[in-house]
Design a protein around this ligand. Structure first.
Ligand code: ATP
Ligand code: MG
Length: 413
């Protein structure tokens, strides 16, 4: 591999995370070929440097490099921007104009936010990728160009395909060489490195001493989920550099700059899944309670039928009147309750199907479940003097879940 450190220096890439090194390595390896490259990664992970690395290490180095943000160009003009137009092709087309694919002949085009391309433009793009041919808007003349295409996307292109927003054939054509840029939260060791670099840069820019972090703040920085990745880290470093007069930043101050601080170390996607699981758990609980209630009702009905068909004698009634009263109390209005075991009226069979009352009870029961949870968490925390790790072990949940629940129930000690 080429001099990795040299490449990083040249393109301002900070970090030593293996996944990042691997991405740079692939970029350099693929550079001298004319293969299309698709760069994916969450927003703010640093995708923009990669097409430049590829262009620089390719034979097209001295050709044009044009970066196009597909998401920023209005749908109505994008074909003309990319492929040019003839005079009079549309209202306002007073002159003919070359598009980027014509201008960048012999060079590289970087199509950022590729998933935003309208489907009709995707067809044109596929053609130019496959044959090198394109047609200016309003023309019928086929032209040739020799352009290397590098695309990037921070959204799930596969999902866009499933939603019929992105052509599958174009995806395969672009994705000849995929490069995935890891999320910042995966690069724990790089987070502080990046922070230090940014704080020094901003100190220079604003002519003031660089901000530093207390140990506790440092650990918060490293464990935060960074949904906005490197861009977010850069932004908050700049904000803190400007706003805070104290140069040593403590945990409390840092937290103020981290939105949704509780999302600690939860990758955006996993976090969503976790929340989903949690609500699913609750739904399952509801379902179990509902099922139990319906079983109960069936049982009651069975007993009732037994009573009605007279298979059970009077002694049974007398011996069990208390139990029967209890059993049927909650399926009826209070004023009917006392009469049920002796003379079940026809209304009973309707009543036990009424779910309105049942629903309220189920909610009540699950609320008290939440109450139990709070109590258990509180006890576990007390037992271990607030040591969350031990408490989580005792409760059989992850520390992260415990952390979330502590926040949720306001149980901070
Ligand atoms: N490894 C890195 N070292 C130094 N700076 C970085 C690094 N990665 C990203 N940055 C900086 O973070 C910011 C965001 O990076 P970039 O614009 O490349 O993100 P992106 O992946 O293109 O995001 P989006 O999908 O939102 O366009 C830029 O200012 C960039 O210079
Ligand atoms: Mg970008």
């Amino acid at each position: 591999m080429r001099d990795l450190q040299g490449i990083k220096q040249r393109f301002g890439i900070i970090g030593n995370y293996p996944g990042l090194n691997r991405a740079i390595d692939i970029a350099v390896q693929v550079a001298p070929t004319d293969l299309s490259v698709l760069i994916t990664g969450e927003s703010g992970t640093g995708k923009e440097a990669f097409p430049q690395v590829i262009h620089y290490y390719s034979a097209r180095k001295h050709g044009q490099y044009i970066a196009v943000n597909c998401g920023a160009i209005p749908e109505g003009t994008i074909d003309s921007e990319l492929f040019g137009h003839e005079k009079g092709a549309f209202t306002g087309a007073t002159e003919s104009r070359k598009g980027y694919f014509e201008v960048a002949d012999g060079g590289t085009i970087f199509l950022d936010e590729i998933a935003e391309l309208p489907l009709s433009t995707q067809v044109r793009l596929l053609r130019v990728l496959e044959t090198g041919e394109f047609i200016r808007v309003g023309s019928s003349k086929v032209q040739k160009t020799n352009v290397r295409v590098i695309a990037a996307s921070n959204v799930d292109v596969v999902r866009a395909i499933n939603e019929d927003k992105f052509r599958e054939d174009l995806f395969y054509r672009l994705n000849t060489v995929p490069i995935k840029i890891p999320a910042l939260r995966e690069r724990s060791d790089d987070i502080f490195l990046l922070f230090r670099k940014f704080s020094v840069d901003f100190a220079e820019k604003y002519r003031m001493p660089a901000i530093r972090l207390s140990n506790e703040a440092k650990s918060i920085l490293i464990n935060y989920s960074w949904p906005g990745n490197v861009r977010q880290l850069k932004n908050i470093t700049e904000q803190i550099s400007i706003i805070e007069s104290e140069r040593e930043i403590n945990a409390e101050t840092l937290r103020e700059y981290l939105p949704d601080y509780t999302a600690i170390k939860l990758p955006a996607i996993i976090k969503r899944d976790e929340e989903k699981t949690f609500s699913t758990e609750r739904e399952i609980l509801y379902k179990v309670l509902f099922d139990m209630r319906s079983d109960m009702n069936d049982l009651k009905k069975l007993v009732l039928d037994l009573i009605k068909t007279g298979d059970i004698d009077v002694d049974f009634h007398e011996a069990n009147s208390g139990v029967l009263k209890n059993l049927f109390r909650d399926t009826r209005h209070e004023d009917h309750a006392a009469t049920v075991p002796d003379k079940p009226g026809p209304e009973l069979s309707h009543r036990h199907n009424s779910n309105i009352q049942d629903t309220e009870e189920v909610v009540e029961e699950s609320l008290s479940l939440a109450g139990k949870e709070v109590e258990m968490i509180r006890k576990a925390l007390e037992k271990y003097n607030g040591k969350r790790k031990m408490a989580a072990q005792e409760l059989g949940i992850s520390e992260r879940t415990l952390y979330r629940k502590i926040k949720e129930y306001g149980l901070e000690m």
